[in-house]
Design a protein around this ligand. Sequence first.
Ligand code: S3P
Length: 432
Amino acid sequence: MFILPAKALKGNIALPGDKSISHRAALLSAMAVGVTRIDNFATSADCASTLECLERLGVEIGRDGPTVTVHGSGKTGFRQAEGHLDCGNSGTTMRLLAGILAGQGIESVLTGDDSLRSRPMQRVIKPLTAMGAAIGSENGRAPLAIHGSKSLRAMAYRPEVASAQIKSCILLAGLNAKGETSLIEEVPTRDHTERMLRWLGVDVRETRDEDATKISVSGDSVLTAKDLTVPADISAAAFFMVAAACLPGSQIEIRNVGLNPTRSAIIEVLSRNFGAAIDISEQHELNNEPVGTMSVRGGLLPQQSNQIKGRMVSELIDEIPVLAVFGTQLEGGLEVRDATELRVKESDRIAAVVENLKRMGADVEEFHDGFLVRKSQLRGARVDSFGDHRIAMAFAVAGLLAEGETEIPGAECAAVSFPGFFEVLQNAIVYQ
Ligand code: S3P
């Protein structure tokens, strides 16, 4: 893909359904009793992996464009699949499905592409094993051979890493365990699983003390099918928000975008810290998820803070690649710390952004847990997508802000979360 400098972004931006919410809509409605219609299901390759795995497990699924119909199997009605279950590039598919399969009386093997097979899975193997599932793996990596148990033990678990995937994995296993399973969360992570379980009639209890929140579900819970509409993906919106904020004269609008407070820190950071003109209107709820219409106008004001660290990292985890590009446009640059998790995403995202920013002439320093990027005039260059959708899209934004032409080989990996990204972007660009 070749990207030329842009003057502005204009118009209505049509985004795919949220990837995190779509995964959960498919998985939870598969565990429900009854038929669920899911509207605006993500078109992403990752969510297609989830649907294919469920079909292989005997779940009947109908597809009509972005509308997906799931005939629930109930909590334990999954059928043993023949051969491996291929999660593709999708960590969410693998880690959440592992939680469901741990409580089925079947054997399953979860695998994925080279990137997914190199990512850490010990973080789910350890707690699921403690609950009574037997999981075979080499070095804590996929393929995972899951020997499920119909008599999982409930437990209270405090993960070492702040991760919505670990949290969701444990809660989904807990739905099939004897007694009450709790997840103790020190740093809040996206709470789509909790919200959707409640939508489907499950009593998810939360108690807070000063250092953590305890989230509990009972093994007696029943999920009852109830139709769902997936909001537009705020993490996909982030690429357009950053580009529009950096290009004066831009004016874009995004409808029905997810505004869940565990995902919307990108709005706060761009507007409160950097003075981006972001307006939210028509706020309402879609199946327990807040949504609204967002408009972004070009222009930034001098910033109050140029650091992202601590708890902020997990609230912005998927937006950091595009924020790195954003940092090149800020007077005080941008420093990201406490973000070692970025090294075990679809690529090592710290190394990937540092490498690509350097190729584009930016002044950037790498740390073990983040990076510091200083205000820089970007120059078009041949960057690398590293086979990572968010790196490909972040550097498309960099190309809009650079002098000269930027080349992104392997840019088709954007389809992992956003097929059609480059067409939507192209239609919004106003050239010099
Ligand atoms: C996700 C959680 C995050 C995020 C990923 C999607 C989810 O991962 O980076 O893109 O849907 O639960 P971690 O839970 O590993 O932080």
